[in-house]
Design a binder for this molecule. Structure first.
Ligand SMILES: Cc1cc2nc3c(=O)[nH]c(=O)nc-3n(C[C@H](O)[C@H](O)[C@H](O)COP(=O)(O)OP(=O)(O)OC[C@H]3O[C@@H](n4cnc5c(N)ncnc54)[C@H](O)[C@@H]3O)c2cc1C
Length: 514
């Protein structure tokens, strides 16, 4: 069976040239090659992009691989460093710290999951912290990195990595890629859109200079304003600010002074949290906060007082409302990126959600009539993913033990959505963690936050008793010693970058020795 010729999408217009717009353009140009579909991207230099977003998740590597991008070249072009996870400082009690790694904890020892054996043994004399049984955490703390081993049987296979990069350079890189594959770029500001009176489908847009653009399928990547999905289609927004209260941020880059860690840091502050993202040539910093608990001036002062080096620009303020569009695909418009929704950047999920939106669109690529079934399935998948991310972010706040500040105390008293409460209850009872077939976040992520923020189960899986204590203890000692050896054999993070994907002479410019 084939698509009837008159139902084929012949033209796609992508509105916006931020990270979302160019990721979409590059992926569609690569995946739809041969369909005879014209792809145009319109962007406005006058409006510009949001200009933040530096930390990514490991899935981005699959996206780059799909496009056939050389990773070392990408790292050099985007001034990227390696990210093995996120360090959370002061989220449990003040002074606590833990890493949410991109990797597994321990080994498959027997019938139960590794953490169940650890729970059983956690008070034993030789048992170490849970994080000490994770290679990604050990390497991150040591400031070392090497590519994972390809052989799944190797312990050096059990982790992944992502990048800390300059997202605007990533956009520029993908813009070159997409245009080389036929995407047409138009510079101009859209001032109006025309919809079909019967179907409500967007048919054309008008640019400020009088030009008119037409299209069959529209991808709204216009940022927070949601130019087509909201301003024209009035799709509506699921406001989740009752769950995640942060609504503003200040962002500022600074000089590199401290070691360039292969991980991002998120430090809890009195009314929010501060990020530190080290790139090759500078460090990205920002404070995400809720204006009910701290005013803008106090927030920017707090950020500037906690920079490790000289600020390299004036701080920039950003405003947002946590949530998502009621439908990310409405009629013939698909919202990808900030136009579709935003959840604070605590777990670096925005670019991943962009990728998720793009991959779902490619899987469900419609005919020109944009069948309701395609849109419905797309919206179901995206709702699920946004909801899971929301719950995971909320866990960090709900499980805090900070005593000093009102915001943190009130977060502890907040009523949680059933979907999250059920996950916490299941872990508290006997250490069960949610496992999804696809998507964010998998068991090691949940475990790292539960245990990192001092949530411990009352009991453990009875199958953890099947291995005699002596054998278990010997096994833990063996893993610990092996991980130590594996980390010691890795190059320093700085050395790895210099030989793999240095943007320039990193040592001379910004990267002090570890
Ligand atoms: C404080 C903060 C920190 C963040 N940190 C991270 C992070 O660490 N990791 C992560 O994954 N994500 C992060 N994000 C999210 C990330 O910045 C965005 O997901 C990403 O940049 C994509 O943005 P976008 O392309 O959707 O929108 P934008 O960058 O805003 O781009 C919008 C585009 O639409 C165009 N446009 C708008 N209106 C018109 C018009 N009328 N006519 C023509 N063109 C128009 C603009 O010119 C621009 O090209 C962060 C976001 C914030 C707010």
């Amino acid at each position: 069976m084939t698509q009837p010729a008159d139902n084929r999408v012949r033209s796609i217009v992508i509105v916006g040239g931020g990270t979302a717009g160019w990721m979409t353009a590059a992926a569609l140009a690569s995946r739809l090659d041969g369909l005879g579909c014209e792809i145009t991207l319109v962007e406005s230099a006058e409006i510009g992009t949001v200009g933040v977003g530096e930390a990514t998740l490991p899935n981005i590597r699959a996206f780059n691989r799909m496009l056939g991008i050389d990773e070392a070249e990408l790292m050099a072009r985007t001034s990227a460093t390696i990210k093995l996870g996120i360090e959370f400082c002061d989220w449990g009690q003040v002074g606590d710290s833990y890493i949410h790694p991109f990797g597994d904890f321990g080994d498959a020892i027997g019938a139960a999951d590794f953490h169940q054996y650890w729970l059983q043994q956690r008070d034993a004399e030789n048992t170490k912290d849970f994080g000490d049984y994770c290679l990604a955490i050990r390497a991150a703390k040591a400031g070392r990195f090497d590519l994972p081993a390809p052989n799944p049987a190797s312990r050096r296979h059990a982790f992944a990595y992502a990048f800390q990069f300059d997202a605007s350079l990533y956009g520029a890189f993908l813009a070159d890629y997409a245009q080389a594959r036929g995407v047409q770029r138009i510079e101009g500001k859209i001032t109006d859109a025309r919809c079909d009176g019967e179907t409500g489908f967007v048919r054309s847009v008008m640019l400020e200079d009088g030009r008119k653009m037409e299209g069959d399928l529209w991808i709204d990547c216009s940022g927070f304003r949601g130019l087509l999905i909201e301003q024209h289609l009035q799709t509506g927004y699921d406001d989740w600010s009752e769950y995640l209260w942060s609504n503003r941020a200040w962002a500022v880059p600074c000089e590199t002074v401290a070691p360039v860690h292969p991980y991002t840091r998120a430090t809890a502050r009195e009314a929010g949290w501060q990020w530190r993202i080290p790139l090759q040539h500078r460090v990205g910093n920002g404070l995400v906060y809720c204006d009910r608990y701290i005013d803008d001036q106090a927030a920017v002062d707090l950020l500037m007082a906690n920079l490790e080096g000289e600020a390299l620009a004036d701080p920039k303020q950003l405003f947002f409302k946590t949530g998502k569009r009621r439908k990310l695909w409405n009629r013939n418009v698909v919202a990808i990126g900030l136009s579709g929704g935003f959840l604070e950047p605590l777990e670096s999920t925005s670019i991943d959600l962009i990728q998720n939106g793009i991959m779902n669109l490619i899987e469900l690529f419609p005919g020109r009539e944009c069948a309701e079934g395609d849109a419905g399935e797309y919206n179901r998948l995206m709702d699920l993913e946004f909801g899971r991310v929301r719950d995971f972010l909320m866990l960090h706040y709900a499980a805090n033990q900070r005593e000093e500040d009102d915001m943190w105390r009130e977060y502890r008293e907040m009523e949680l959505p059933d979907s999250l409460q059920a996950k916490i209850d299941a872990f508290r009872q006997r250490g069960l963690v949610p496992q999804y077939a696809n998507g964010l976040f998998q068991p090691p992520s949940w475990l790292s936050v539960f245990i990192g923020q001092n949530i411990f189960p009352e009991s453990y899986d009875p199958r953890a008793e099947t291995i005699p204590e002596k054998n278990l203890s010997a096994h833990f000692v063996e893993i610990d010693a092996d991980l130590e050896k594996l980390v010691a054999a890795m190059p320093e993070h700085r050395e790895f970058i210099e030989t793999y994907g240095a943007a320039f002479d990193a040592g001379a410019v910004g990267m002090p020795a570890q």
